[in-house]
Ligand binder design. Structure first.
Ligand code: ZN
Length: 431
């Protein structure tokens, strides 16, 4: 009897103590569902002989250096169902983003299971896209005939080739351009918080561009596409080993505007807002537009014009080598004033002073020591979303008839879009 008792006890102990075993945790379901623009849904069902007590989801977005780990809530049990909802409104990612994800599951017996990495892709699946691609650049559209998409694609390829050649930058990352056909679809894809004047947005960290181009605005669309591609190339040029770095917004946008009209004919014509500001001595200080552009559409428009003008000035007076040097130093990072001092011999205010002389403006009255905090360029955090800096697009000028001006779009700082009221004016003048 005593012997039997011992056996029973041993049996009970053996039953109670979970046993670690190879393959002890089984995955019975592992699913990803794209529900852009609402959410990305990751679902898992797992079971084990012991209580599953820890589950984590890890995601790695292509183009990002850091992983993200999530610990979705669940009730510990021998069989568990768990899901993680990635709300795009909180952690924005544009359509076209791809990545991998995997789950890590642990039970109380000490068993550990890691699911194989699986791919996920964010897509605006509500739209029946048409696509053209050369392997490196893909352009997708749905509103407009085949020749509409072809015209934008051809211009994109041309702009890409020109930009890479002119800047010495090779973009290895595939570039995706999503052409939306109306404001409703476009703003739905941009997610919450987009300013109403936004016409396009570039996400250089993903190589993704979203632009709203109505079929009646093809010519503007070509310019906007070149502008956004310029943002991608410029950001690629200053990408450091730790990822994207910041640059003065006036320079980022100024370069993008400069390259809209490739092959760049440096145009000494000033846009209407720039002329008005010159005439009334109301230029924005360069320092004040080193960070985010003004909220006011009129001032943002002026900021684009000034950015273009200063970039044009640098190319004309100091030459391509100096601009290249600036970009090289921005790639290393550091204070903008130190970088300008190293290249030009003076800081932001000094650069503004010589530029003002060049364009015939009055000297600055006072030093404008506005504290500019370089906007960090988001890595994945961007998705939360530091990366998306949006600037107001220029309002249709009341004075000059700017014709149908789809160009009143804006560009975000790294992500920009375009606002080329300015460009529109330049183009109108040229044409
Ligand atoms: Zn821009």
């Amino acid at each position: 009897m005593k012997k039997l008792f011992c056996l029973v006890v041993l049996f009970l102990i053996a039953s109670a103590a979970p046993v670690r075993a190879e393959g002890a945790i089984q995955i019975t379901a592992n699913k990803f569902t794209n529900q852009f623009p609402t959410r990305l849904l990751f679902e898992l069902v797992a079971k084990s002989n012991a209580i599953i007590s820890k589950i984590a989801l890890t995601t790695q977005v292509d183009g990002q250096t850091a992983n993200a780990r999530f610990d979705p809530p669940f009730n510990p049990d021998a069989q568990v169902t768990v899901s993680y909802e990635w709300f795009i409104s909180r952690n924005y990612v544009p359509p076209g983003v791809t990545g991998q994800y995997w789950w890590t599951i642990q039970d109380d017996a000490g068993n550990l299971a890691v699911t194989p990495k699986q791919n996920f892709r964010v897509e605006d699946a509500a739209i029946d896209w048409k696509k053209l691609s050369n392997g490196k650049l893909t352009l997708a559209w749905y509103n407009g005939a085949d020749n509409f998409g072809k015209a934008l694609f051809d211009r994109s390829v041309q702009a890409m080739n020109y930009l890479q050649q002119d800047t010495g930058v090779t973009v290895d990352q595939p570039v995706q351009i999503w052409i939306y056909g109306n404001r409703t679809d476009f703003f739905r894809a941009l997610g919450p918080g987009a300013r109403e004047w936004t016409g396009g947005r570039a996400h250089p960290e993903y190589g993704i561009i979203l632009i709203n181009i109505e079929t009646t605005a093809l010519e503007w669309g070509k310019v906007a596409t070149a502008h956004e591609l310029a943002h991608i190339i410029i950001r690629e040029k200053i990408r450091g080993p730790l990822g994207a770095l910041s640059m003065p917004q006036w320079m980022d946008e100024g370069l993008a505007v400069y390259y809209e009209t490739f092959p760049n004919k440096l145009d000494n014509q000033f846009s209407a807002p720039l002329k008005r500001a010159l005439d009334s001595d109301k230029l924005l200080s360069l320092r004040s537009i080193s960070g985010n552009f003004p909220f006011s559409a009129a001032e943002a428009n002026l900021a684009y014009a000034e950015g273009f003008s200063v970039v044009d000035f640098i190319y004309r007076i100091y030459g391509r080598d100096k601009m290249t040097r600036v970009l090289q130093l921005l790639q290393i990072g550091g204070d903008y004033d130190d970088i300008f001092r190293a290249v030009f011999g003076f800081d932001t205010d000094g650069l503004e002073n010589v530029w003002r002389v060049d364009i015939g403006a009055k000297p600055r009255a006072l030093a404008t020591r506005v504290g500019i905090i370089p906007a960090p360029i988001p890595t994945f955090g961007l998705s939360t979303d530091p990366t998306i800096l949006q600037t107001p697009a220029p309002p249709a000028p009341t004075a000059a008839p700017i014709a149908p001006n789809p160009v009143t779009t804006t560009c975000g700082s790294g992500l920009g879009i375009l606002s080329l009221g300015i460009l529109g004016m330049l183009l109108l003048r040229r044409n």
